[in-house]
Design a protein around this ligand. Structure first.
Ligand code: ZN
Length: 59
């Protein structure tokens, strides 16, 4: 039971980090920029994963 709780806490932390990073990118205006090539992240990618930091090519 405590393992499950640790796992849950870890998952929440990972999610929070993703949200935090996405918010930071939104603020900096780089939300839609791929961190690998700097190109625009496709709408379909962001629709599937709003926290994606890479374009289709670098997923
Ligand atoms: Zn890319």
């Amino acid at each position: 039971m405590s393992d499950l709780t640790n796992e849950t806490v870890k998952n929440i932390e990972v999610t929070l980090n993703s949200v935090d990073r996405a918010l930071g990118r939104l603020r900096e205006g780089t939300y839609r920029s791929c961190i690998v090539c700097g190109g625009e992240i496709e709408e379909s990618i962001l629709a599937g994963n709003p926290f994606s930091t890479t374009c289709k090519t670098h997923t």
